[in-house]
Design a protein around this ligand. Structure first.
Ligand code: SF4
Length: 303
């Protein structure tokens, strides 16, 4: 791992895990990844108890960043207790929709300096369908910010939302949401595959509204495969599925055992990437041994 895929900075931890900890979700977004949407609230809903997972990470004997996504992490049974336990020796980060009554309890009980990042997805269509006010989202966001958490709002640039994205982001800013990023949609909409399917005008709109998100440009430039290049994923970074199986990354399913039953063993050597198309570019650009330049600053450095 050259840098953290979660913070894009140098990592004070040795291992990084991207853990899909639950299939439960209180939202049902149209643009959720199809493989995830298909199993939401339907399959593998028997998550392990928090104390087992905390113990398994501690048994690794190395400092870890445990990034949690799903599903909605706050719907994991005993989620605040889980975070409290994990942060005794490790760091965490979370992707959440912030639509939980437990956010204030989390903010009070989990140490902010052990939470590397909270990415708080806005999901406007679902908030409107469920009559969840944006003010409530902003209230939870600000409760976390007041306690010193690094929180960023996330807006998914699903094609039908492009015409409203600028207005929604302006409203978030009015409500005090001071860190916002908007990221490209990856998937198929009306027969077109994205991110390749955006028109020139849409691409310009996206780049103007990306906020703090640095990966839209490389996605739009078609940086979608690193096949054959050496990558540290599988040695120092991993994907953990909802059943505890440990894989190389979000895009490569090579297995390294199971975290929950204690059979997880990392690889010892950096292998070439076998993926024809990557799913999570931030992982590749952080974990490749020789990543390509991808930000404006990187490109300037090369000139
Ligand atoms: S897709 Fe390939 S380059 Fe990207 S993190 Fe996985 S192994 Fe590394």
């Amino acid at each position: 791992m050259l840098s953290s895929a979660m913070t894009q900075g140098a990592a004070p931890w040795e291992l990084e895990f991207d853990w899909h900890l639950t299939n439960k979700c209180n939202f049902f977004c149209e643009y959720c990844h199809p493989q995830i949407r298909h199993v939401l609230n339907r399959k593998h809903l028997d998550e392990p108890p928090p104390e087992l997972v905390v113990r398994r990470f501690e048994e690794l004997g190395r400092s870890c960043l445990i990034h949690m996504s799903g599903g909605e992490p706050f719907m994991y049974p005993g989620f605040v207790e889980l975070c409290h336990g994990l942060t005794t020796r490790n760091f965490i980060s979370i992707n959440t929709n912030l639509a939980s009554d437990d956010v204030e309890d989390f903010a009070a009980r989990v140490p902010a300096d052990r939470v590397a990042k909270i990415v708080a997805a806005v999901h406007m269509p679902e908030r409107e369908r469920l009559a969840l006010e944006l003010d409530a989202y902003a209230g939870n966001y600000l409760a976390l910010r007041r306690r010193g958490f690094d929180v960023t709002a996330l807006y998914v640039l699903y094609p039908p939302l492009l015409e409203r994205v600028a207005g929604d982001i302006a409203r978030l800013k009015e409500l005090g949401v001071d860190h916002v990023r908007a990221k490209v949609f990856k998937g198929v909409y009306e027969g077109r595959r994205y991110p390749e399917g955006y028109t020139e005008a849409e691409r310009a709109l996206i780049l103007a509204n990306s906020g703090e998100y640095v990966f839209n440009r490389p996605y739009l430039d078609g940086m979608l495969s690193f096949r054959g290049q050496r990558c540290t994923a599988g040695v120092t970074s991993f994907k953990v599925t909802v059943t505890g199986e440990v894989r190389r990354c979000a895009s490569v399913a090579s297995s390294y055992g199971n975290l929950y039953d204690g059979t997880f063993r990392p690889a010892q050597e950096y292998d070439p990437c076998p993926a024809r198309r990557v799913l999570v570019l931030s992982q590749c650009l952080s974990y490749l041994v020789n990543p390509p330049a991808h930000t404006a600053a990187d490109r300037d450095d090369e000139e």
